[in-house]
Design a protein around this ligand. Sequence first.
Ligand code: ATP
Ligand code: MG
Length: 390
Amino acid sequence: MSNVKNPPAWLGVMGGGQLGRMFAHAAQSMGYNVAVLEPAADCPAGQAANRLIQAGYSDVAGLDALAAQCVAVTTEFENVPADSLSRLAQSVFVAPNAHGVSVAQDRIAEKAFFVASAAKSGVLPAPHKVIATDADIDAISEDLLPGILKTVRMGYDGKGQVRVKSRDEVRAAFQSMGKVACLLEKMLPLAYEVSVLTARGADGSSVVYPIAENVHRDGILFTTTVPGPNITADCAAKAQHAAQALVAELGYVGVLCIEFFVLADGSLVVNEMAPRPHNSGHYTIDACVTSQFAQQVRAMAGLPLGDVRQHSPAVMLNILGDIWYEGEGDDVREPAWDKVLALPGANLHLYGKEEPRRARKMGHLTFVAPTLAQAQQHLNAACAILGIEP
Ligand code: ATP
Ligand code: MG
């Protein structure tokens, strides 16, 4: 391989959140140095990195410092300005590139990409319509309702979404979102949700992890279970084929996660994609031969992609700031980690965030066990200890 970047070279990451932190851990364990570009002084990735370049995501001096230090740069959140990735790419290898990230960060471009790739991927997104003006609302066809109005940009964890039953509700929701460009999506009868994590190297080779089944609560990922207890072999094969076809169509290099809906009739609908490791892939740290973060390192460094084999059934639980609070008050106390870690197969990952705000992702717990039933049983015990409704 020609473009191999060997340790101890510097790898750069745009963004200072938990995904950047876990990327830094993986890269450093392989002997790389890590530089993080992030405007916040104290951030999860900055605590782990060898160097924090404290700068805005579009700050030219910051970007140039990152490019000068590193042999390759990746991103840990999808709202990194595509122009910044293009600037970096003038002097350093960037994976994923601006094109892949810009498609994933714009719901219109993303849906158009899914539709255009359907012949190859075998999957379609939910029926949808762009809502950019009041006239677009008049033109909504009845069969898109009830639906969900989603902002085209910057949505995450269910933020920037309103469920709407009628044209009047669409009008009110569009108004409440300040009339920014939106997408109206038909509300589909979901049986369950899955995500498919995939990685593609610069040489065009790709790998796909086992299908993860996801449960959301209040719009935020609650648990990920792998192997998914509901998914059929046929549906899993279709989802894995679709994911690999989509990354190939995009000419993508790096780790990418695609979320799918499985409907009551067993059919598969593609929802959205994240151009980076994903919350639903955190289980790979403890349950797979190669974690999603080690895979990100390999892809950007021009190394062979790693074995995606899952060696243990796993259940991941997101740890939100809520569990630091007792009842409705403002008093915080540390959760009983000693009791949780006494449970078999418990792996605790905390992200180093100072302030345990409610609904804020503070960490996650992954339970691995010889059987999925045992992992689930230990997870339920952890929920009881932490005061989480299982
Ligand atoms: P995140 O970034 O956390 O994955 P998001 O805010 O980008 O989420 P989506 O993934 O599009 O938004 O939607 C959040 C959740 O809302 C989905 O996981 C699903 O449970 C539900 N949902 C979204 N679109 C639809 C739909 N068309 N029909 C039914 N449910 C939907
Ligand atoms: Mg989503």
